[in-house]
Design a protein. Structure first.
Length: 268
């Protein structure tokens, strides 16, 4: 398999890695810093909150537990099923605070506005062209209340990953998957398409019994200044531009770029 034929928002390359939602939750169970950061921003900016790319609810459930009403949207049916299952373990009060919709976030039409719209953990990296990103920014603007904020985070492109030999496999520790007996071998390789700025991480799973299978994860590599230009061209002003869920300016060592913005000219 190669990167040819994938790289359109909502296609197999953008959804495949989320098909096993239980594995996703196990893989990122220790990722907590961004959760605390979004909860803190919600406390400062207020709700209700619209989350683009709600997934299995890692951020949304924390927001609901903190007392906020949340509307979550996602295109992945397995992730939303997982979120529904997780919601069953919550109190009736928490369940009432969280609504979900299965829809492409670019095409959302709720007919209501929010003081805070968020797109956590690389949701924007599944928008592979400037046009796809502009579609989302227009949709966000339609759902922001006057003075509302759009807050998101994206991984900063890492030169080491972009320059890896696309034929070389990198072994990682075995994983456990629901419905598969015993530990499952895992390795991955990195294929970068510099013309489309797409990085495909091919993850290969090798069970003790049976044939291996490969799952792609496709991320657009949005370089920081390029991202700022798209925001500016779409009529947004950047209010916050920080690194790694801190109040510090991003630098050469930043992993996650955190952006807070709003449509230009919006009332404060």
């Amino acid at each position: 398999m190669t990167a040819d034929g994938i790289g359109v928002a909502g296609d197999y390359g953008s959804l495949a890695t989320y098909a096993d939602a239980a594995h996703y939750d196990r893989r990122y169970r220790l990722r907590k810093q961004d959760v605390a950061w979004y909860v803190a921003r919600a406390a400062a900016l207020g709700g209700p909150i619209l989350e683009c790319g709600v997934g299995s609810g890692r951020i949304a459930l924390a927001l609901a537990r903190a007392g906020h009403d949340v509307v979550g949207v996602d295109l992945s049916a397995p992730m939303l099923t997982r979120l529904t299952q997780r919601l069953q373990q919550e109190s009736a009060t928490i369940r009432a605070r969280l609504q979900v919709h299965r829809v492409d976030m670019r095409h959302l039409r709720l007919g209501r506005r929010f003081p805070l719209v968020i797109a956590p953990f690389n949701a924007l990296l599944h928008l592979y062209t400037a046009e796809e990103l502009r579609e989302l920014l227009a949709t966000v603007a339609d759902h922001l209340a006057p003075g509302g904020r759009f807050v998101f985070d994206v991984s900063v492109p890492l030169a080491e990953n972009l320059a890896r030999d696309p034929l070389r496999w990198y072994r990682s520790r075995p994983v456990r998957l629901d419905g598969v007996e015993g530990p499952v071998g895992y390795r991955e390789r990195f294929e970068y398409d510099p013309m489309r700025q797409l990085l495909v991480v091919w993850g290969e799973f090798t069970p003790a019994h049976g044939e291996p299978w490969v799952v792609p994860l496709v991320h657009r590599q949005w370089f920081p200044l390029e991202l700022r230009e798209v925001l500016n061209g779409a009529g947004y002003e950047v209010l916050g531009w920080t690194g790694d869920f801190s109040d510090q300016a991003p630098d050469a060592y930043t992993d996650s770029l955190v952006v807070e913005c709003r449509p230009r000219g919006a009332a404060p």
